[in-house]
Design a protein around this ligand. Structure first.
Ligand code: FAD
Length: 470
């Protein structure tokens, strides 16, 4: 018999429960990817994500070919595509992994019902999370709104069991009509992607290599180095996790193996890293239970907040031309590589929502288009956390000071110099506050600050106080 394995954001062959189950029950497997951005509601993949997707699909196809199969590519309406391929291959079942974006949940439920009505088996599995969002609840049987108790609960459920192996070979039915990858037009027509090309290796192999590098070079020092943007102190696995090229289960297993193989004296503490993956789970838990939060405040009090509206200010932020070095360095890193260090994400987000008092939705949307790891759950949590409007958020009155943050987390200015070439030869401590030397600004062409950080902080606190007073 024949089954279709519908690949979506699970672009790997190892630890792939849908593929594993399909292979156990069927002789022939058709690996399928359907490009259907119109089915993602308002959150079709942005430019950077599309770049990643192109390369990830190419890598998956190569891996499938090594196993005697190939990725069948289609685009258009998902249900019609599945039905057409069921007709042409005689497939009796479709297997896939669940996603948690509201538009995708609605679509998948409709597809599952339609296929079953037609007498076709439809099997969906969890492959993206340690724990399904509905499997974990408070003592009052409600969703969690606070991270620490969520994590305490989730942590007890984790097991570091060996993940599923990739199939050694696959037999696939002959089906014509598959599209060439270029037909999906995922790559930009103006080649702005060279920086991303240098920074990343999309695909399952790239993910495994990055995990190895992280474990060898950074895991032991993660708790200290994860806040230093000049260092490779974090794993940079976020885009690989988003596209499902690696699973949290695989990561947990690998970390636990390494820790238990090390001598007691050299055993790395894997808890701080697992806890960050816990934030990822929390983000998915929140998105599932509060599906309106990608665009609406979790904390409704913020519906009355006095945001400003200033397209020119937004553009200066997007272009990394605010005149505040750490903010501009972050925004340029984002544009160039499709990624930004977590500490810097918090600082640029604080600057946008507090010093410029622009709505967090503007920031979330820009990140959506420019991040290679743009992820509806994590991005929503990140923006609402910084803006103070989210679940378990930082309080609004905690405004990051981008100058002291740079002094603390980039004390030698290496990160600033890397991304602000016009200031590369500026001496410390002027590099942190270049406006203190007007001649330096004139010489370098670096802009004067668009706002006074101290004054705008006070204005933000004032607006927040007015919101609280109703
Ligand atoms: P590591 O430190 O190596 O962490 C490992 C993994 O844990 C990450 O890959 C990620 O999957 C998860 N993780 C770590 N921190 C967080 C967090 N705070 N929230 C949720 N998951 C986390 N992350 C995204 O994956 N996609 C986004 O669109 C996104 N948008 C963000 C927007 C803002 C304003 C902020 C403040 C944070 C955002 N994050 C987002 C979270 C975080 O910045 C990135 O996950 C992290 O920088 C990725 O780098 P890494 O893989 O080296 O992280």
């Amino acid at each position: 018999s024949t089954a279709i394995v519908w690949f979506r954001r699970d672009l790997r062959l190892a630890d792939h429960p849908a593929l594993d189950a399909a292979c156990s029950a069927h002789e022939h497997i058709l690996p399928l990817y359907i490009h259907a951005p119109q089915e993602d509601g308002p959150w079709a993949p942005g430019g950077a994500s599309r770049w990643w997707l192109h390369h990830s699909l190419s890598s998956l196809d190569t891996q499938l070919r090594e196993r005697g199969s190939a990725l069948h590519l289609a685009q258009g309406d998902s249900l019609s595509t599945l039905r057409d391929l069921i007709d042409r291959t005689g497939a009796s079942a479709v297997y896939w992994h669940r996603q948690y974006e509201p538009a995708v949940i609605t679509r998948d439920s409709a597809i599952k019902a339609a296929l079953r009505e037609q007498g076709i088996e439809a099997h969906s599995f969890n492959a993206a999370l340690w724990c399904e969002p509905w499997q974990i609840e408070t003592k009052q049987q409600a969703p969690y709104g606070v991270f620490t108790p969520f994590w305490r609960n989730l942590r007890t459920r984790l097991d570091a069991a060996r993940p599923l192996a990739a199939p050694a070979s696959l037999r696939s039915p002959a089906v014509d009509g598959g599209l060439p990858l270029d037909a999906l037009r995922l790559l930009p027509s103006i080649r702005w992607d060279t920086g991303m090309q240098d920074a990343w290796q999309p695909g399952e192999q790239g993910a495994q290599e990055l995990l190895e590098i992280f474990i060898d070079d950074a895991l032991g020092d993660y708790a200290q180095a994860r806040d230093l943007p000049a260092r490779h102190g974090t794993s940079r696995l976020s885009p690989h996790l988003h596209f499902g090229e690696i699973s949290p289960r695989q990561i947990h297993h690998e970390l636990a193996e390494r820790a238990s193989a090390a001598s007691a004296r050299r055993r790395p503490d894997i808890e701080p890293y697992l806890r960050e993956l816990g934030w990822r789970e929390f983000a998915h838990h929140l998105l599932y239970h509060f599906p309106h939060t990608p665009t609406e405040n979790y904390n409704e009090k913020f519906n009355g907040f006095a945001w400003t509206d200033d397209a020119a200010a937004l553009e200066r932020w997007q272009r990394g031309q605010t005149g505040i070095p750490l903010v501009d360095a972050g925004m340029r890193e984002l544009w160039h590589t499709g990624w930004m260090h977590n500490r810097v994400r918090m600082i640029v987000a604080s600057f946008l929502t507090k010093n410029l008092r622009l709505h967090w939705r503007h920031g979330a949307r820009w990140f959506w288009d420019t991040l290679v790891d743009a992820d509806l759950a994590n991005n929503t949590l990140g923006w609402q956390w910084v803006a103070g409007s989210g679940a378990d958020a930082a309080p609004y009155f905690r405004v990051f000071n981008p100058v002291t943050q740079a002094q603390k987390f980039d004390p030698q200015g290496q990160y600033l110099r890397r991304w602000l070439p016009e200031l590369a030869s500026a001496p410390l401590p002027l590099l942190f506050e270049p406006w203190k030397d007007p001649a330096l600004l004139r010489r370098s062409g670096y802009p004067a600050p668009m706002v006074d950080v101290g004054e705008t902080r006070l204005a933000a606190l004032d607006a927040w106080q007015r919101m609280r007073n109703g």
